[in-house]
Write a protein that binds this ligand. Structure first.
Ligand code: 13P
Ligand code: SF4
Length: 343
């Protein structure tokens, strides 16, 4: 493809979301990345939360955590550039120990991954011996290594049910755990603040933790009610990292991929996404006919760090290399692979 065709195509996709004055610079950087990608035999994976200029220009694959895990597991390229946050790049490395995995910005973290340590999981296992541990992929490799199986927002309930046990430990997202408990009809307790846990006769079916996503915890029932008053026909979609109260008053809840598919499938005058803001812009760019409401600009400070320029520099300089030492990698691989095996 020539640069002129690339520019025209990009301009068509981004016209609604990138100011005209920025288009030439965006296209030049993206074009350089396309060249470097070929030269280095690299694949670029882009999470749904990447800013539109990046999301619609350079990734070979775009998607949610589960989708990108699957793509990472099957690539034949030498280098995987993960346009997302550290736990995602770590998961790609866990699945591909022989490949080079690059994260364009070293500090791109996640409040959920930072909310639990491997030592916390070991303590829980001692306190609840024999109870299987399900860990959300939004965790670091050493936490995954202590787990029996991983899950994402796209398969959390299915993973819990696949275990066929009375009780599960589900870590670390409090709200996702509460949403899964409701979906699977389980009673959940939180050992960090639930004093009733001293009562061993209690019928415990799920044991949670208290980490939260700093983005999704911001949405409130009041936000939903205000939108319903102002725009009564709005179709409201909430990510399952939102509180169960917010999910309950929304029309749909699912992973970022599931939310995109729902917007595509449902015909409504307006849509409101209760999730990271860039995703609404990405949908608006792909579907100019869909009216996306903006509640406010809730951006993930970690996802927001990843830009086209950082991605170009990652490929130019081979940085930042993600490494997961053994035996943590092999143990974490077991947990991720069990998840991939059940879908
Ligand atoms: P998804 O797996 O739904 O893409 O979610 C990832 C995430 O970090 C949500 O905040
Ligand atoms: Fe983590 Fe929340 Fe950002 Fe997702 S949106 S990466 S859960 S802080």
């Amino acid at each position: 493809m020539s640069y002129e065709t690339f520019f025209k195509e990009l301009n068509r996709k981004l016209a609604r979301v990138v100011p005209g004055i920025e288009m030439a610079a965006v296209a030049e950087t993206a074009w350089e990345i396309m060249g470097l990608k070929q030269e280095r035999n690299a694949v670029i994976l882009g999470h749904n939360y990447m800013e539109p200029a990046l999301f619609h220009s350079i990734p070979d694959f775009q998607g949610d955590s589960l989708d990108l895990c699957r793509k990472a597991a099957t690539t034949d390229k030498d280098i995987i550039v993960f346009c997302g946050v550290r736990f995602m790049a770590e998961t790609a490395k866990i699945l591909n120990p022989e490949k080079t995995v690059l994260l364009p910005v070293e500090e791109a973290g996640c409040s959920l991954a930072a909310g639990i340590t491997a030592e916390d999981v070991r303590r829980l296992k001692t306190r609840f011996p024999g109870v299987p541990v399900v860990t959300y992929v939004n965790t670091y490799a050493d936490v995954k290594a202590e787990s029996d199986i991983c899950c994402t927002s796209g398969n959390a309930a299915a993973v819990v049910e696949s275990l066929g046990t009375e009780t599960v430990i589900f870590l670390p997202d409090e709200f996702l755990a509460r949403n899964v408990a409701r979906e699977t009809g389980r009673h959940i307790v939180f050992p960090t603040h639930d004093l009733r846990l001293k009562d061993t006769s209690l019928d415990i079916q799920m044991i949670g933790w208290n980490a939260r996503c700093e983005v999704h915890e911001q949405f409130t029932v009041q936000d939903v009610e205000t939108i319903r008053e102002q725009h009564p026909d709005t179709y409201i979609l909430a990510h399952p990292e939102c509180s169960p109260e917010v999910v309950a008053v929304s029309d749909f809840s699912g992973s970022t991929n599931a939310m995109i598919k729902a917007v595509e499938a449902v015909d409504a005058p307006n849509y409101l996404l209760l999730t990271e803001c860039a995703m609404g812009d990405n949908i608006a760019a792909a579907h100019p006919e869909k009216e996306m409401l903006r509640l406010c600009s809730v951006r993930c400070p970690h996802m927001n760090l990843i830009t086209l320029k950082d991605t170009r520099d990652a490929l130019r300089h081979g940085r930042y290399v993600i490494d997961v030492p053994e035996p943590i990698r092999s143990l974490a691989f077991e947990a991720v692979n069990r998840m991939l095996a059940i879908g």
